[in-house]
Ligand binder design. Structure first.
Ligand SMILES: Cc1cc2nc3c(=O)[nH]c(=O)nc-3n(C[C@H](O)[C@H](O)[C@H](O)COP(=O)(O)OP(=O)(O)OC[C@H]3O[C@@H](n4cnc5c(N)ncnc54)[C@H](O)[C@@H]3O)c2cc1C
Length: 428
């Protein structure tokens, strides 16, 4: 029976395990550095192309229990003037919704499904992949470090295939690309957090607002569930910084007080949603540098490949990082079902996914669809009364549809249904 090891139990790793299981594989081990997967982290928007794949895996109802449907995305000029208002998900003609979801909620649904479908032993916490040694037959010997008290120590395993789903600072990627170094920083700092807010103060839409220097993204991600009507709101802010200290560079989840940056957003109000009020309601903010990865020439080496951020970390623009990790997972499961040799399967998966993800990484470096904020600021720094005089509707539409075509997540492509359908052959 083919033994597949997955390094990393984030969204990419867990969805890959579920996709491989749906494709007929039974012997799958996910090793995850963190001992217990806990509901931590901020929010994510999952686009309809990935929601379709969660649906194909039979998980849509469970994920929807933790989410709200994103029905509208608004872009605002820093002055408060509306640049555009786009329907999202079903309202935009997709057969699947777009979902705003707390990251921990999505991760718990995926982890529970892995344990239920593949068995509890399939997800091993407290184990870090520390390195690889290539073997002559194309496999890799995987070096592991057990971090929990009872089994502390080193070990190694030689799975039939290895999938690196270990995020932007992937050990598997580093072993395949020695000398690549730290992810490059683009000079922006990001602060993100969550706040409980009365529903009437937050609206039901997602918005992205700002100018050529500062940006704010805000959206509700639960129904009014707390204190008789509060919703959990996700927010992320970006701003240039002269430098970033080593503590921030090395740690994505560095807690900092909201007061560190609140003053930069005084007076930011968008159709009644006050950014300072949202920030003041947060317990903690997390700071990290805006980093991505240089596109790779290849993801697969023999029987080892990469998925998710390990393969193609991109700037958090266009709600695509986790979304595309889910699509990677399904594409990989499908390729493994069609090709008995893992090396051939990995090559087929990479041929399908890498060109589009490279294009998306590059598009996000040019700000993707969010470029409309900069254009509006450049052309009308003090604001406007008629957006058509600043950015005509046809130009706005062109920017949105060009970006959607980059990753084939336009309604027409998505509504054709999952190309990765249930491809189960015999259990292997
Ligand atoms: C501010 C911000 C907003 C975002 N918003 C969105 C959004 O709205 N929509 C969207 O789709 N995406 C969004 N993203 C991107 C998204 O968070 C990532 O693309 C996604 O989490 C990648 O998932 P992953 O599983 O590949 O990596 P990760 O989530 O990083 O998971 C990697 C896992 O591997 C484990 N690990 C690491 N090293 C090892 C090792 N050596 N051995 C074993 N385990 C290891 C880690 O503990 C972790 O659990 C956003 C990102 C940011 C920063």
């Amino acid at each position: 029976m083919t033994h597949i090891m997955i390094a990393g139990g984030g969204i990419a790793g867990l969805t890959t395990a579920l996709s491989l299981h749906a494709a007929g594989f039974e012997r799958i081990t996910v090793v995850e550095t963190v001992q217990d997967i806990r509901p931590v982290g901020a929010g994510l928007n999952i686009m309809p192309n990935a929601v379709r794949e969660l649906d194909a895996l039979g998980l849509l109802d469970q994920v929807e229990e933790h989410s709200v449907r994103t029905r509208e995305l608004r872009y605002y000029h820093r002055s408060g003037a509306l640049i555009s208002c786009e329907p999202r998900g079903l309202g935009a003609g997709y057969h699947w919704p777009q979902l705003s979801v707390p990251r921990g909620g999505l991760q718990l649904v995926l982890a529970d499904a892995v344990r239920t479908r593949l068995g509890r032993a399939a997800l091993v916490g407290g184990v870090k992949v520390t390195g690889l040694d290539p073997l002559p037959d194309g496999r890799a010997r995987v070096q592991l470090e057990h971090r929990d008290g009872a089994r502390r120590g080193k070990a190694s395993l030689e799975p039939d295939a290895l999938i690196g789903a270990d995020g932007i600072r992937s050990t598997v990627r580093a072993a395949l690309n020695p000398g690549e170094g730290e992810p490059p920083w683009n000079g922006m700092l990001v602060w993100r957090g969550v706040s409980w807010m009365p529903a009437q103060q937050i609206g039901t839409f997602m918005f992205i607002a700002g100018d050529d220097r500062r940006k704010a993204v805000v959206y509700p991600m639960t129904m009014p569930t707390r204190n008789g009507g509060e919703v959990l709101v996700n927010w992320a802010l970006a701003m240039p910084a002269d430098s970033v200290d080593d503590a921030t560079r090395g740690d994505w989840n560095r807690p900092v007080p909201v007061t560190k940056f609140l003053h930069h957003y005084e007076g930011w109000d968008f159709d009644g949603v006050s950014v300072p009020e949202v920030l003041k309601a947060a317990d903690t903010a997390y700071e990290y540098p805006m980093v991505d990865r240089e596109p790779l020439e290849r993801w697969s080496h023999g029987r080892t490949t990469l998925v998710g951020d390990a393969a193609h970390a991109m700037y958090p623009i266009g709600s695509n990082g986790a979304t595309q990790s889910i699509v990677d997972a399904r594409a990989l499961g499908h390729a493994m079902a069609l090709h008995p040799d893992p090396a051939e399967a990995f090559a087929a998966y990479e041929a399908e996914r890498r060109p589009a993800m490279t294009e998306l990484q590059r598009a996000n470096r040019q700000l993707g669809p969010e470029v409309v904020i900069n254009l509006a600021h450049e052309r009308a720094p003090r604001g406007f009364t008629d957006i058509d005089q600043v950015i005509p509707r046809s130009e706005l539409d062109e920017i949105a549809s060009r970006y959607a075509a980059t990753g084939a997540f336009d309604p027409q492509s998505v509504n054709q249904g999952s190309p990765y359908g249930p491809a189960v052959r015999s259990r292997r």
